[in-house]
Structure formats: C-alpha cells, structure tokens
Design a protein around this ligand. Structure first.
Ligand code: FAD
Length: 517
C-alpha cells in the first residue's frame, strides 16, 4: 500500500515544475551574484529574450539604466540581509523598448548549501503605471484648477464634513470670521428655504443661484451666490469590489458678488431716499389738509345750523328769505371747499405684507441715518445675528418704526457736554421671536415715565413747536399692527434701551435626518 501523503508530495513536486513553467508571471532564478540560472517562458514573452540568450547573464541585462542607483542599493541591502524586496524598476526589452517591471525578489536558501539563490518574479506593470499616473495628473489638474478659480469651493462628505476646499474658500472663512463657511451657508439655506432645502438634501437635488447675505459685526456685509450640487463616488474599499457601494458628496460653490450688490444697494438706497422724502411730503400734506378740513368743518357746521334755524324762522317765506338764502349759499360754499380739500388729499400708501428680514431693514435705516449719526459724532455698534428668521410685515412701516427709534436715540445723545455717544443695535432670534435692541448712551428715561413716553404728544424734551411726542406713539402703533411688543429694558444700566420683538414668520424646522448643515 502506498502512503497517500507520499503520493501527494510526488504530485506536488511534478506539478511544481509545470506551474512555474506555465505561470503568467515572469520568473527568474539567479545565483548570489544575480547571474541567471533559469527563466520561464513568461520571462521570454515579457522581455523578448530567449532562455538561451540570458542563461549565465546578469539580471542587469534588463536594466534601462535610468533607475536610480539608490533603488538598487535599497534592494540589495534587503536581499543581502536575507529579506525579500518588492518594487518597481524601469526595464529594457530585447528590442530596446522600455517597460515598468513590478518585481519581487526573494532570497532562497537550499538545504545543504551555504550559497543562496534569488527568485525573481515580475510582471509588466506599464499599463497600471500609466493609469495610476494619469489619475495623479488628473487629480493634480483638478486641484490646480480648483486652487486658482475665484470661487470658493468645498466638498462635503455624508456627515457634512469638509473634505476638500480651495484657497478662495479659506479666504471666505477669514472674511466671515467663521471656521467653516459651509456650515454657515447650509444653516442659512435651511433657514431660508425650509421644506425645499430638506427635500433637496433628501433627494440629492441641486440648489442653484442661491444668493446669501452675511452680516459681519463692525464690518461691511458680504453677498455670495451659492450653488450646491451632488457627486457620487464609488467606494474604493475592498468590500465594494463586486458590489456597487457609493458615497455621496455635496459640492458647494460660493461666488462673491459683493461688489455688484453694493452698487445695486447704492442705487436702491438712493431710490428709497427719494421714496421716503416723497412719502414724508405726502404725510405732511395729509396732516396739513386734515388740519385745514378740521378747522373748516367747525364754521361750516355753525353756518349749517344757522341756515336751518333761519329757514325754520322764515316759515313759508323760507325759500325767498335773503338771510336764509345767504346762509344756505355760505353752507354750500363751505362744503364745496371741504370736498376740494378732501380730493386734494394724497392717498394713503397701499400696505403690502411679506416676509421681511429685519437685519436688512436695520442696515437700510443705519445707512439712511449715516449723515445724522456722523453730524452728532455718534459711533454705531451694529451686532446682527446671522441667519435671522424673517418677520411678516410691511417693510416700509418697519423702516419708519426703526428710523423713529434711531432718530430718538440720536436726539437723546446729541446734547451739549455728552462725551460718550454710542448707538448699539442688536438682533437676535429665540423661541419663535425676532428681537431688535436699540440702546443709546443718552440720559435714559426715568422709571416713572417708562409707560408715559408711549402716549401721544408726550415728550421728555421741551417742545420746539414740531410734532414732538408723536414718535414713540407712532412706533408703538406700528409694532402693535405687527403683533409685536415694544418696551424699555428696565435692567439697562446707562442710557436707554428699547427692545422690539416680533413673532418670526416661520417656526424653526426640525434638523433633517442627514447631517448636512
Ligand atoms: P550593479 O552593478 O548591479 O550595482 C547596483 C548596486 O547593487 C550597487 O550598490 C552594488 O553594490 C549592488 N549589488 C549589485 N549586485 C550585488 C550583489 N550580488 N550583492 C550585493 N550587492 C550587489 N535589475 C533590473 O534593472 N531589472 C530587473 O528586472 C532585475 N531583476 C532582478 C532579479 C533578481 C532575482 C535579482 C537578484 C536582481 C535583479 N535585478 C534587476 C538587479 C540587478 O541584478 C542589478 O543590480 C541592477 O540591474 C543594476 O545593475 P547595474 O549593473 O547598473 O549595477
């Protein structure tokens, strides 16, 4: 009976020779001096050398002579220490053409012999090298294009982490004073677009042409045109070799459009100034005409009563009585005059309510009041909150409201001997409310008068004959119309601080499942 393990060894030994001979990898066995003792057919196929041509030759016959010497030194230092070496060398075929050899050399010790051999196995890695190099070039090209484009670019992974950005993006971070502008942009988009944003994130839909405005405390605001698109990457992990594992990335592009917007803003402000002065003119005309109508209405009423009395007195001759006739004529003339005045009254402006961003309203007001603030030597401390939810209201009325409050603050501080003149304007959002704080370093409002100042025609200042005292009452009326609350902050130390709160137009939405932004 033959030993089964003996026969398995015998089979393995006989198969071993054929396996080496038929291997697709080029195999060479050399002596300790790298002289070739054996090569397989794949070696001949790859190098172009027949077996007989290379037997006894040094392996250096394959060298293209451009591989750096340090590579060979590193290789031989491993081999002489009895350790295998793997690496890439530039080889020359028999016909002189170069190819990249992916080579592994293993020292082989033979039983009963002190002299070691080397087993060299290599394959033609020219294509693999070309592909890897093309990929590197491509990546470098993309990176250099991204680094010079004037747009800020950031690539965000599935958890919203920035995995790639460019110098323009880092400049935006410095300009906005935030470490990761992408998070700020995502939060702003979510706030602004609400449900549309949540759907776009869930369905990986692009968001284009989103212009965002960023306040910067103490500095000019900036505008960015933002676009969000999606990029799907096939996973490079081994588990994705035969399955279609993909990773999603969001590509955020931000273009600074501040210069263009600033120009538009200047034009808008000029138009707004013209509109406001026209509105103010209409308002004073309305007030003057109402006063005149009121003044006229009294005498006309008296004449009308006298005419009725005289007609009654004259009895049957009432129609021809000269006094009754004169009084009736005077009454008609008076009523005609009132009708003419009423017809001349400019119409009340139409009120349109829409979501209004109070940061923008306040910025407009501060710009409109720049001259008055400079003339009074007042410095402005403008502290807006990013991503302020809108309030539902009339932009014009809200502008009038804050203009009134700012004008009051300027007046309060603009008095002889007052050295500290700072107007602080803040915005914040919490619990579904948007609150604006306007504080000054003026004399403040005594506690006893804190409710009284909101009454019409009440003023803490001496009247100079104008409509003093209607300001806060008017402000109160606008605030109430917007379902807001206006009050004096009782805990404010020096000067006066007014807080105005409005319900925000949209309730805060739950954070979407995906963690972008
Ligand atoms: P070399 O004269 O070989 O000198 C290069 C450096 O290697 C020197 O620092 C030298 O000191 C050291 N060195 C050379 N021979 C030995 C040695 N026997 N013991 C210790 N140090 C030594 N090279 C290729 O270019 N392409 C191949 O495909 C390739 N396949 C190889 C396969 C095997 C199994 C082995 C053992 C070597 C292989 N080599 C291959 C390396 C080759 O032997 C040469 O070292 C190399 O080609 C450089 O030749 P060279 O004449 O320019 O310089």
């Amino acid at each position: 009976m033959s030993d089964p393990s003996d026969s398995a060894e015998a089979i393995a030994e006989s198969v071993f020779h054929y396996a080496v001979e038929q291997s697709a990898i080029a195999i060479a066995i050399t002596d300790v001096a790298a002289r070739i003792l054996y090569v397989n057919p794949a070696f001949s196929r790859i190098t172009g050398y027949e077996r007989d041509e290379v037997l006894g030759q040094s392996q250096s016959v394959l060298s293209y002579k451009t591989t750096p010497r340090s590579v060979y030194e590193a290789m031989w230092s491993e081999l002489t220490a009895g350790r295998p070496w793997s690496g890439r060398l530039l080889n020359r075929r028999r016909d002189g053409t170069p190819y990249v050899a992916d080579l592994t050399v293993t020292p082989v010790c033979r039983p009963g012999s002190d002299e070691r051999c080397y087993l060299g196995m290599h394959w033609d890695a020219t294509e693999a090298h070309r592909t890897a190099q093309q990929l590197r070039n491509h990546k470098q090209l993309v990176e250099s294009v991204i680094s010079v484009v004037p747009f800020a670019v950031a690539l965000l992974d599935g958890s919203g982490r920035v995995v790639l950005d460019n110098p323009a993006y880092r400049r935006v971070a410095a300009e906005l004073g935030v470490s990761e502008p992408a998070s700020t942009v995502m939060a702003e988009l979510r706030e602004r677009l609400g449900e549309t944003y949540t759907r776009a994130i869930a369905q990986r839909r692009a968001l284009e042409g989103q212009e965002l405005f960023f306040e910067r405390p103490g500095r000019d605001p900036r505008w960015y045109a933002c676009a969000l698109s999606w990029f799907e990457e096939r996973s490079t992990g081994p588990d994705a070799l035969y399955s279609d594992v993909r990773n999603d990335y969001a590509l955020l592009v931000m273009q600074d459009v501040t210069a263009a917007r600033r120009q538009e803003e200047a034009l808008r402000l000029a138009a707004m100034r013209a509109m406001l002065s026209e509105g103010e003119l209409d308002q004073s005309l309305r007030e003057a005409l109402s006063g005149a109508i009121f003044q006229l209405q009294g005498p006309v009423n008296l004449i009308s009563a006298a005419a009725t009395l005289q007609r009654r007195r004259a009895g049957a001759a009432g129609e021809t009585d000269p006094l009754a006739k004169a009084l009736a004529d005077a009454q008609r003339a008076g009523e005609a005059a009132i009708a003419t005045l009423q017809a001349a009254m400019p119409p009340e402006p139409a009120t349109v309510t829409a979501p209004v961003n109070l940061n923008e309203v306040l910025r407009d007001v501060l710009m409109l009041e720049t001259d008055a603030l400079l003339a009074a030597g007042i410095s402005v401390d403008w502290r807006p909150t990013h991503a302020l939810p809108p309030v539902q209201g009339e932009a014009g009325a809200l502008r009038t409201l804050f203009r009134q409050l700012v004008t009051n603050a300027i007046e309060a501080m603009n008095e002889r001997g007052r050295t500290e003149r700072v107007l602080t304007v803040t915005t914040r959002a919490s619990s579904g409310q948007v609150t604006v704080g306007i504080s000054d370093t003026g004399p403040g409002v005594p506690e006893a008068l804190r409710l009284k100042v909101f009454e019409p025609f009440f003023s803490t200042k001496q009247s100079r004959g104008g409509t003093r005292g209607v300001g806060l009452a008017l402000a109160q009326e606008i605030v109430s119309r917007h379902r807001g609350v206006l009050g004096i902050d009782a805990n404010y130390g020096t000067g006066c601080k007014l807080d105005v709160s409005f319900p925000s137009a949209r309730a805060p939405e739950p954070v979407p499942v995906e963690s972008y932004g």
